[in-house]
Design a protein around this ligand. Sequence first.
Ligand SMILES: Nc1ncnc2c1ncn2[C@@H]1O[C@H](COP(=O)(O)OP(=O)(O)OP(=O)(O)O)[C@@H](O)[C@H]1O
Ligand SMILES: [Mg+2]
Length: 252
Amino acid sequence: MLKLPTKLNPALINSSTTKTSGKTSDENTTNGKKSVIIKLENVRKTYANGAVGLRDVNIEIYKGDFKFITGHSGSGKSTLLKLLYGAEQVTDGEVTVNGFNLKGLKGNNLAMLRRKIGIVFQDYKLVPKRTVSENIAFVLMAQGYTYKEIQRRVQPALKMVGLLHKADCFPEELSGGEQQRTSIARAIVNTPPLVLADEPTGNLDPDNAWQVIKILKKLNSFGVTVLLTTHDEQLVRAANHPVLHLQNGYII
Ligand SMILES: Nc1ncnc2c1ncn2[C@@H]1O[C@H](COP(=O)(O)OP(=O)(O)OP(=O)(O)O)[C@@H](O)[C@H]1O
Ligand SMILES: [Mg+2]
């Protein structure tokens, strides 16, 4: 079983997160212009059964943005995120994320892109037989980080989500909110410049949902770009970030 040190170096939270994006908010610009991190051009997604996920979508997201994606069930929110991390391929059009053109991207290149994206799901997707620390450390192990570097990174990630005291608990010993915060720690432990969250608050009560938003806002303040889907209009209003609204596969 992986044993992690209990001593914390708080400085790592800032240093690692800043390094994550490689940029602070002010550095997310080139020659005074904001840099594009995500671009969709004339994107259409039709699934094999004929269902349409997205229709003629054109979007630019800039580094350091925090954007909500809203829309009714079936409007294409998850489809949009899946195209960004390569879980689905476009039918037509172009998707570029962090400098990678997603068309035909697979194998090592797709793995390289995914290392630059933290993904958070509604249902947490934690490994039940592993502790909180281990769930987070796995990401780094799979990417070949040294044991020392893993130790250096896991604790700040846990601190960021307020779960240092639960490091040795198993997922079933956590509340829903704590499980979701663990999954956020896992998403950010390798300090990606982009976080995609598909209904991360969908299973949470309002207090826990707001905690999740606060963590994502904090990450965003370090320069991390955040895209988050939700049905929760109250949360969107309270968080006060721009909204991309999808309706029947179209951006409204
Ligand atoms: N794997 C799939 N195969 C076929 N059709 C799919 C698939 N995934 C999604 N769809 C269809 O694509 C459309 C958009 O689905 P998507 O999951 O993107 O919606 P959503 O906005 O995320 O909805 P929800 O709020 O319920 O999560 C829907 O009509 C859906 O039925
Ligand atoms: Mg969805």
